[in-house]
Design a binder for this molecule. Structure first.
Ligand code: S3P
Length: 463
């Protein structure tokens, strides 16, 4: 295109004053300006999946406001529509016509969960105890990710699930069956395992007990309680009774808090670009999610939580971040669950900090949308950072000096099809000395369709 960048190759432009409609194939970041202003981020992705599922099982019509419109959640919405639930969709809210606990019906074709581990794992748990047959699959990344971690305990409950490699890999074929409660100690602190089992337990006879080695995000528990469903916690063990006799009522208006995992990119961006001052409104600050805030604060970041309140049983606040000089820290196994999705962007902060950041006990990063230990190490190394990979983490040698945070080199970065890697590289590019481009950036759509636009707003390009 001789008249400038093509639609899919927009370099950092003034041509995007309206919402982007076409996912971009590549993203170009031009550094040199501070991030300033007040923004919102999408509704929490984890909570949106759960809100769609639990309102579909409620008696009556619920409104889910400020939901995440990323592809992952839209796939879960389409899945429930395929399961016979009417969901009216607008940009601002979903209107879910719940049909009660036993109201789902057999879909006419396979369920496509796209890129979403949460979608496929929670839906498999939900569908294990129905009286019909379903097939669940997703994109190439989903078909590589471990499913045995949910298939094994679900089979103990009586579920009939087939899949590639004995049920280790999707596609998964679920022949709904009568489930019984189990006592299960999960070897992994995973909210997806816990939530798949909690959903299956709703349809099982008896009291299911689920123990996890460390507390993972507790959005399912909070939302079940929000709907009045009895659930007990004893340490890291949850107890839930199956087959509630009356079910639960719809939520007239459930407002999803902003996603801390989306806010994380701007929290780090504002910290590492000198002269920045950013406020992110209405962000979820659930204690099982705020590892990034704790780690960044330990690294020297200037983060304030303002206007704390509660929404849909979840704590929220406005987060104000000003630029600050960072130093490296150690992040051990205790901090992994509450920080799990933030390691790609945390490594960007570590790369420009002064001194070493040592991450251990984070082997779960190897089975995310990409192997994030490998992909983040490779990409940051290409930008001039010194990163050593370990089986369960990495050591990032920061480029910073005592006077200032360091700068990365401009390159052409690769997202590896992983939305969080793509957005992390975009923020890394803000510290580089020349424009950075990130290829395969369309994956950002899975969680944060307006990411580029929001970044442009903070850089003063959209005013
Ligand atoms: C999620 C749980 C986490 C997280 C994922 C979302 C959820 O995965 O990484 O992005 O919504 O339950 P694990 O359960 O595999 O730790």
């Amino acid at each position: 295109n001789s008249n400038g960048p093509s639609r899919n190759e927009r370099s950092f432009p003034r041509d995007r004053l309206s919402r982007r409609k076409t996912p971009m194939a590549s993203l170009t970041i031009i550094p040199g300006r501070p991030l300033q202003g007040t923004i919102s981020v999408p509704g929490d992705k984890s909570i949106t999946h759960r809100a769609i599922i639990l309102t579909a099982l409620a008696n009556g019509i619920s409104t889910v406001a400020r939901y995440c419109r990323g592809e992952d959640c839209l796939n879960t919405m389409r899945a429930l529509q395929g399961l016979g639930i009417r969901i009216d969709e607008s940009d601002e809210e979903l209107c879910v016509h719940g049909k009660g606990l036993w109201g789902l019906t057999e879909p006419s074709g396979p369920i496509d969960c796209g890129n979403s581990g949460t979608g496929i794992r929670l839906l498999t748990g939900l569908l294990a105890g129905q009286d019909f047959f379903t097939v669940l699959s997703g994109d190439e990344s989903i078909r590589r990710r471990p499913m045995g971690r949910i298939v094994k305990p679900l089979r103990e409950m009586g579920a009939v699930i087939a899949g590639r490699k004995g049920g280790e890999l999707a596609p998964l074929a679920v022949t709904g069956s009568r489930l019984r409660a189990i006592t299960y100690a999960s070897p992994v602190a995973s909210a997806q395992i816990k939530s798949a089992l909690l959903l299956a337990a709703l349809f099982a006879e008896g009291t299911t007990r689920i123990t996890e080695p460390r507390l993972s995000r507790d959005h399912t528990e909070r939302l079940l309680k929000f709907f009045g469903i009895a659930l007990q916690r004893e340490g890291t063990t949850l107890l839930i009774d199956g087959r509630p006799s009356v079910g639960w009522n719809a939520a007239p208006r459930l407002v999803v808090p902003g996603d801390l995992s989306a806010a994380a990119f701007f929290i780090v961006g504002a910290t590492i670009v000198p002269g920045s001052d950013v406020t992110i409104q209405q962000v979820g600050i659930n204690p099982t999610r705020v590892g990034l805030l704790d780690v960044m604060t330990r690294m020297g970041a200037d983060i304030q939580l303002l206007n704390r309140r509660e929404e849909a049983g979840e704590p929220v606040a406005d987060i104000r971040v000003k630029s600050a000089r960072l130093h490296g820290v150690a992040i051990g196994p205790d901090l992994i669950p509450q920080t799990i999705d933030e390691f790609p962007i945390l490594c960007v902060a570590a790369a420009v900090a002064e001194g070493d950041t040592i991450i251990s006990g984070a082997q779960e990063l190897r089975v995310k949308e990409s192997d994030r230990i490998a992909t983040v190490s490779a990409e940051l190394r290409a930008m001039g950072a010194q990163v050593t990979e370990r089986p369960d983490g990495m050591i990032v040698r920061g480029l910073g000096t005592a006077e200032d945070n360091g700068r990365l080199q401009a390159v052409c970065g690769h997202s590896h099809g992983d939305h969080r890697v793509a957005m992390s590289l975009a923020i890394a590019g803000l510290t580089a000395s020349a424009p950075t481009s990130i290829d395969e950036a369309a994956c950002i759509e899975t969680s944060f369709p307006d990411f580029h636009h929001t970044l442009l707003e903070l850089l003063g390009e959209c005013r």
